[in-house]
Design a protein around this ligand. Structure first.
Ligand SMILES: Cc1cc2nc3c(=O)[nH]c(=O)nc-3n(C[C@H](O)[C@H](O)[C@H](O)COP(=O)(O)OP(=O)(O)OC[C@H]3O[C@@H](n4cnc5c(N)ncnc54)[C@H](O)[C@@H]3O)c2cc1C
Ligand SMILES: NC(=O)c1ccc[n+]([C@@H]2O[C@H](COP(=O)([O-])OP(=O)(O)OC[C@H]3O[C@@H](n4cnc5c(N)ncnc54)[C@H](O)[C@@H]3O)[C@@H](O)[C@H]2O)c1
Length: 455
């Protein structure tokens, strides 16, 4: 049995920086990783996808070059092996820098293998048994493979497979019209594939307001992506040209060359033997934690996607910050203090923070809403990227900013102006009186606020 001051299971977004804090405090820490250091984000999630999105954007802009008065003499070609090499390099550089960071920590031991609990303070990895008074779970999640009829008779991909695909599918059929599905759908359309998105709900990205879903649908359809919503009977069978996907009774099947499943993620908590430590999970398998990320078992915490409190790299990292601040810095940080923002990296991107208009209404707020089409944002006009709109939601009584969305050029960055204001507890008056830089997308927030109406 090996003794440590702390054991961390999973080297995703929260585990490695936490190992760093234990190391710096002179405490021994074991971090156990069964696959690649860096987890989903670095290896099969954010890093490869955003690198591929950048290549797809380059192809798209090259095709639009005449809009800018630039003439390219030959048709745009996509060298997919080169696109993938670029993406692998970004991933590998990041993975290796994380690994060498951990290797360079004198008090930290990186153990390769799958960890399982044997008891409350004891973990087994292969033949090795480890014990520590403090254990942190950062095990992340993986793609859900629903029990669609016929799914196991046909080849299919998840995000982990498609990020290493070095060819352009003839016809990519994406099952699931949300964050993962839409990023890959648009990217592969721009690489030259025919693309169909099949979504069981009545609209795309159903967590967002209806006006945002509709605008996203129009943007994607304008690029030639076929969208089939309300898919209530998805079934698969082999076909001479690949795979036939049945969508709903009375509608034509979609015949695709390649299938991507993007219908949500599940936590990696089913193979940890959590019961041997007495750790409770909810009905979706997420580890139950309190506002300080403690599980029901004292001395065991759960951070990142596996606790169901967030599903993003920045929420996983913030979980590390909360745990570290409370353990090492004498602070009392809580998850409920977090103002949640995120982005959907289609082009133009959707930057989001706080409540949607629908959520604000459901919460019983007296809602004010301001919107502006990107066609009336100077910066967007200058860049020749005028799709989408910006939107802010505020409380008419308290003057709080409740949430905002920018579906538009630079939306992933410019949403931070609102996010930071909300984080500082500012009212919309303070955002209205800020003096933003011209020409930017952000400079329109004061105007949008001035135009807010009861909704
Ligand atoms: C395609 C895609 C695109 C995404 N894009 C974005 C984005 O743009 N922005 C964003 O914020 N988020 C994005 N996400 C989500 C983001 O990747 C995750 O929220 C984030 O990686 C979660 O981090 P984590 O530390 O909780 O878990 P993970 O990064 O999943 O890390 C968990 C680690 O634990 C290891 N592990 C699991 N079980 C065990 C065990 N029993 N023993 C040992 N090791 C174990 C795993 O191998 C893994 O390395 C994306 C996700 C996907 C799939
Ligand atoms: N840009 C980002 O930050 C980013 C990008 C990708 C993923 N992520 C994270 O990964 C998580 C998972 O993303 P996701 O898009 O896989 O999941 P999701 O849960 O966001 O969406 C799944 C989609 O699939 C649909 N669906 C579910 N079951 C279906 C079925 N049987 N048939 C057809 N459609 C079905 C749902 O209605 C939904 O639209 C997200 O919650 C997000 O936090 C983030």
């Amino acid at each position: 049995m090996k003794n440590f001051d702390a054991i961390i299971i999973g080297a995703g977004q929260a585990g490695p920086p936490l190992a760093g804090r234990f190391n710096d405090a002179g405490k021994t820490v074991a971090i156990i990783e069964r696959k690649h250091v860096g987890g989903t984000c670095v290896n099969t999630g954010c890093k490869p996808t955003k690198t591929l999105v950048a290549s797809a954007y380059a192809a798209h802009l090259a095709r639009r070059s005449r809009d800018y008065g630039i003439v390219l003499d030959s048709p745009v070609k996509v060298d997919m092996p080169a696109v993938m090499r670029r993406s692998h390099k970004v991933t590998l550089d990041s993975r290796q820098s994380n690994e060498s960071w951990l290797d360079g920590m004198p008090n930290c031991t990186l153990i390769r293998g799958h960890a399982r609990f044997e008891a409350k303070n004891t973990v087994r990895v292969g033949d090795e048994r480890l014990t520590a008074p403090q254990i942190f779970l950062n095990v992340g999640g993986r793609a859900i493979i629903p029990d669609f009829p016929g799914i196991h008779d046909v080849p299919y991909m998840t995000n982990s497979d498609i990020v290493v695909l070095d060819r352009v599918p003839e016809h990519l059929v994406v099952i699931g019209g949300s964050y993962i599905g839409l990023e890959f759908a648009q990217m592969y359309r721009r690489f030259g594939a025919q693309v169909t998105v099949i979504e069981k709900g009545p609209r795309l990205v159903s967590r967002e307001d209806e006006d945002i879903s509709e605008a996203i649908r129009s943007i994607l359809e304008a690029e030639g992506i076929t969208i089939r919503t309300g898919a209530d009977d998805i079934r698969f069978r082999k076909h001479g040209d690949g795979v036939a996907v049945h969508v709903s009774a009375g509608t034509p099947d979609v015949i695709g060359s390649d299938i991507l499943l993007a219908v949500g993620r599940r936590p990696n908590t089913d193979d940890l033997d959590l019961d041997k430590a007495g750790i409770e999970t909810d009905d979706r398998g997420h580890i139950k934690v309190d506002d300080y990320l403690s599980t029901n078992v004292p001395g065991i915490w759960a951070l990142g996607d596996c606790n169901g409190k967030g599903a993003f790299t920045h929420t996983a990292y913030n979980d590390f910050e909360i745990a570290a601040a409370n353990l090492f810095d004498g602070e009392e940080r809580k998850v409920s203090d977090r103002v949640l923002g995120y982005a959907l990296y289609i082009d133009p991107p959707l930057g989001r923070v706080g409540m949607s208009e629908t959520q604000a209404r459901k919460a019983g707020r007296k809602v004010l809403v301001g919107t502006r089409p990107m066609e009336r944002v100077g910066r967007a006009v200058e860049k020749g990227e005028t799709q989408g709109f910006m939107k802010i939601v505020a409380d008419a009584d308290t003057r709080e900013i409740l949430g905002a969305a920018i579906l538009g050029t630079g939306g992933d960055e410019s949403i931070h102006g609102v996010l930071d204001m909300m984080n500082a507890g500012a009212t919309y008056d303070q955002l209205r009186w800020a003096v933003p830089i011209h020409p930017t997308v952000s400079e329109l927030w004061p105007t949008v606020i001035l135009g807010m109406q009861p909704a």
